[in-house]
Ligand binder design. Structure first.
Ligand SMILES: *Cc1c(COP(=O)(O)O)cnc(C)c1O
Length: 239
């Protein structure tokens, strides 16, 4: 009789596979796999999966919607219980940013000054500094639903983050546009990042790459990859 495959086995197999692919992509780029942090994207998956991920050695998880993110974190036993870093990676409305700032450890999707003060208020509420990435758009200007700042807006955004008080500027985040070879988009991102880091030598994080394109992102210098379905399986229909 064969042992039934548990959810834990499924997740462990997905994790093994992705970790191996990360190590291979890093090696191919002449980098160490240890320089790439895996952020497992748990949106639409239950808190029980988050617990399993923590048991399997995952250190960072990503959520893209408020209030789902905060609810799940609370269900996982409030702050720090699982020793996880919670990344908020989704589009942020300014009226929800203070709430997100009150529970996220890292906010990757800061793309306008208006969010900065609200996040800072949330961080104050919790007396906890937040790591911030500026989301830069790789879409052509004017594209519908474009998320992310224009590269030209980054210096002013970075200044606002510095001035806020409770926010630590760590680097940049981007999503490869649909309908373009990801490697081409990530090569543009690498250029934007090089000029950004020249001005901000401490802001070296680069969050780029998802299930379908994280190898290309690692080739272009990503320090953080955000991987969901390749580890947890297909998500239920996007609501
Ligand atoms: C959902 C999501 C991911 C993960 O997507 P997968 O294709 O499931 O790996 C990564 N980044 C962001 C911003 C997301 O919203």
């Amino acid at each position: 009789m064969s042992t039934p495959v548990t959810r834990r086995d499924e997740i462990a197999a997905g994790l093994d596979d992705v970790r191996r692919r990360i190590a291979d992509a890093a090696a191919a780029a002449g980098r160490s796999g240890d320089d790439v942090t895996l952020v497992v994207v748990t949106k639409f998956f239950p808190a029980s999966d988050v617990r399993l991920l923590a048991e399997l050695g995952v250190t960072d998880v990503g959520e893209n919607r408020h209030p789902e993110a905060g609810d799940k974190l609370a269900e996982c036993g409030a702050f720090g219980d699982l020793g996880l870093r919670w990344h908020f990676i989704g589009g942020l409305q300014s009226n929800k940013a203070a709430a997100v700032g009150s529970y996220a450890d890292v906010v990757e999707s800061v793309d306008r000054v208006k969010l900065v003060n609200a996040l800072n208020r949330g961080a104050h509420e919790r007396s906890h500094e937040i790591d911030v990435l500026l989301q830069v758009s790789l879409d052509p200007p004017g594209r519908e639903g474009r998320a992310g700042a224009d590269a030209r807006e980054l210096p002013a955004l970075a200044d606002a983050v510095d001035a806020a008080g409770m926010l630590r500027l760590r680097g940049l985040m981007a999503i490869a546009p649909l309908g373009e070879e990801p490697r081409a988009a990530f090569d543009r991102l690498a250029e934007v990042r090089a000029s950004f880091v020249a001005e901000r030598p401490d802001a070296t994080w680069l969050s780029a790459g998802m299930s379908n394109d994280f190898e290309a992102a690692i080739g272009a210098g990503a320090t953080h990859v955000r991987v969901g379905s390749a580890i947890l399986g297909a998500r239920p229909e996007i609501k």
